[in-house]
Every structure is written in C-alpha cells, then in structure tokens.
Design a protein around this ligand. Sequence first.
Ligand code: GYE
Length: 339
Amino acid sequence: MKKILALVMAIMMMVVAAGCGGSDGKSSGSSSAGGEKKITMGFSQIGAESEWRTANTESVKQAAKDAGIELQFSDAQQKQENQIKAIRSFIAQGVDIIAFVPIVETGWDTVLKEAKDAKIPVIVVDRDVKVADDSLYVAKIGTDSVKEGQNVFKWLDEYMKKQNKTPRAGGDQFQVVVLEGTVGSSVAIGRQNGFKDAMAKSEDGKKFNILASQTGEFTRAKGQEVMESFLKSDRDKIDVLFAHNDDMALGAIQAIEAAGLQPGKDITIISIDGVKGIFEAMIKGKANCTVECNPLQGQLLMETAKKVLNGEKVEKLVYVDEGVFPADVAEKTLPERKY
Ligand code: GYE
C-alpha cells in the first residue's frame, strides 16, 4: 500500500514538474492571452482645433498602447454628425467599449441608446453630455469647466486690485471682452457661466462689464479674427480679454499688436488650458494668466475601461486635477509643463 502511494506521489510530482517545465514563457503566455482577449476601444475625438486637443489625442493614443488596448481612433473634424456615424460604426463592428468627446452637449440620446441596446458600455471623455437617462453612459472623465470660469474671475478681480488698474476709457467699470469656445459645447457653457456667476456673487462684480462676447470656436485663427472685430468697435475701451482657451488668446494677441496696443499691459489677458504656447507668451509679458485644464486623461480612461469590462464599480464622474498659473511663475513652470 505504502509503495503504491509513494509511486502515485512520485508520478504526480513528475507530472507537476513536467507541467512547470512546459509552461515556460511561451505556453503560459499563450494560455493567459487566450483567456484574456485583447480589449478593443472605439474612440471618437472631435478634431484638432487646439494645442490642448493635440495633447489630449496623444495622451489617449499613448495610454491605449501602454494598456495593451486596441484603439479604433476616429476624427470627427468638428462635426457631431461624424461622431454619431463613428459611434454607429463602432457598434456595428462590435467593439468592447466606446469612448468619445462630445463636441456639443445635446443630441446624443438616440445613438447612446443604440450602444446600450448592443450592450457596449460608453465612457464620456473631456466634455459633458446632457441626456435624459444617465445610465446611457457608465462614466465621465474630464475637467470642471464651471470651476475654471470661476477661477478666471477670482484671479482677474484680485489682479486688477493688486495692479491698481483703472478703466482705460474712464468711468468706474472695467470693460471685458470674451472669446467663447464652440457654441453648444459643455465647456464653453460652463466656463461662461462660472465666470458670470463668480462675477455676480462677488462684491467687486459691479466693477466689471462684459462689453462683448462671441465665439472664436476654440481656434487661433478665429480668435484673431473676432478680436480684430472687437478692436474695430472698441479699441480704446477694452481693459480685459477672457478667452475660453489659450489658442484663441494667442490669436487675439496678434490682433491686439496689429491694432497698436500692448497685450498683457493695455489689455489684461487671461485664458484657460495651460498649453506651452501661452506660457511662452506670458514670459514675454504678452499674457497675464492661464487657468489649467488638464488634457492628460488617457491613462485614467484606459484604467476605467478595464474596470468597467471587469464588472468592477467605477465612479460616475471623475475630474482630473488642475491649477492656476499667473505670468510671474511662467518662466519657472514652463520646463515642467507636459503639454
Ligand atoms: O479647453 C480647448 C479645446 O474641451 C476642455 O477644447 C476642452 C477644450 C479646451 O479645444 O482648447
């Protein structure tokens, strides 16, 4: 009996040993790869309107590579209809998960319902959607645009006081012009509302007047063009430019110089994003402050996608961290900037 037992044990040990020997890099690799199918993500980006957007796209592509996720990338060229088409094609292909940056807030209910019916989870990235049923997406990763707008006013109010500024055209109100982002986008709405709310709630709010506010579509070229038209009617009145993004501020700086004024001095300039270009302008004294909006959302997106597909619970709304950078810290900060 003992002998038989010993024999059985010996045989078992041989089998285990052979098993271990056999499971070298290759065979263990293939077995786990076989069990763990590669994830495919369909990603609909809105386009390449700004430095920020380029950084956002790079972040998503790099993070997908790092996470071993296959990314089906689609560029919508600033059109919602192209995004809807892309999402429908992701559904038809049967991707594992869909992520998208909604160019505007509304108009997504139908296509997101189609994804839900196909049991494909959707993650909203960067901008917000307004849908009747929140269960149409599993998570939203992005930035707090209302807070960004509030931070713009807070900084501006303090700066004008510290600098002992007075309105260029006299009177008791600073005249502000605003270059807004894409019409109907959650970020343009949020930044504008945040700014106006903070202004309305502040004791100093009465010291500021929004003289003109128009979209510059988040691009440098349009920012320049709209600033030109602001200057044409109010060259000697404008005290402040608030641009919803840095790129529009950079375009506007050219218009201000062409009008014979000094950007950053005659006109105080504050914008949002924190891209390298605006840091360079701040170092030259041509812009005064940027409120950061972090485009590096790729890693968090891939981690969230994996959790969702593993059936783990995820936060419905995650904001990435951001700061405020006035011109006097620009030189020191620029080398550390990642986008
Ligand atoms: O500020 C702007 C970009 O949606 C937060 O879109 C983003 C904005 C960003 O084009 O530069």
